[in-house]
Design a protein around this ligand. Sequence first.
Ligand SMILES: [Zn+2]
Length: 318
Amino acid sequence: MKKITDLLQDSVVLGDGGYLIELERRGYVDSGSGREQVGTGKGSRQFTPEVAIENPDALRQLHHEFLSAGSQVLQALTFFGTREKLNRAGYGEHTEAINEQAVRIAKEAAGGRALVAGSVSRTQLIEREGMGALPAARDHLAEQIRLLKEAGVDFLVLETFFHLAEMKAGLEGAAAAGLPAIATMSFRPLITECTDGHSPADCARAMADLGAIAVGANCEQEPDRMLPLLREMRTAVNIPIAAQPAAFRTTDDCHCFTRQPAFPDELETIQVSRREFFDFGKLAWAEGIRYAGGCCGCNPAYIHALARGLAEAHAELA
Ligand SMILES: [Zn+2]
């Protein structure tokens, strides 16, 4: 396999989709909605990745499905895999095992036909305790990045960060570990600024300055809603743009699906069709997007549609 930095120069790299929502729908991940408000950080199992050790065959199967849909990168299911988040879900003592096992499963599934990325996301400490918790968040991110490097990931995807300050801590951890990193922020409730008040353009510049090999956005918006912020990032930097939109319909006054009333138990009612991902694939190259995948709600059928859109655009160019 070529390195990710080389693939990004060649064409649009096809990523994979969202694991936790899909595995939740298949009955292997708990949204926590039955116990309390999701996202409060109390209680157990809130979209955390213990499926890697509890139902490894389910995770392996989903990797295989993304691979056969055309994914050139498989993300190890290490999202929300910091010790901080896993502690909140009652799995802190399994931090090493969950991260190691998730990478091993992804590498076995890839079988040399796809690269394997370690997924690193926010700790949720900043939302809960404020910016004073940044040093602790930095330590937790560094620990997970060390585990992912030891497990042998090819590169990192730093994703679904709400605060640029925490993303910067993650990028510094990636650089210290010597791992290339794609960096994507999640914008909510609107696409105009991240939670600590930086525009998409400012986020893109800051992430590029810290060495990200591609910058962009993931989660929260469907492709059509995400495009304007991606364009803003593209005008701000000269490095590849990465986009992994969600597959849920948002509204003009709330650009994020996790604050729609349908989250998490009625997401089926706001699901966008795979056609939107086909269309997204068709315009990715022209929009300067060089890494395209999906996030929540984006199952292998969506990645297949995205692949067809990319292929069709490529054929028209040739
Ligand atoms: Zn997502």
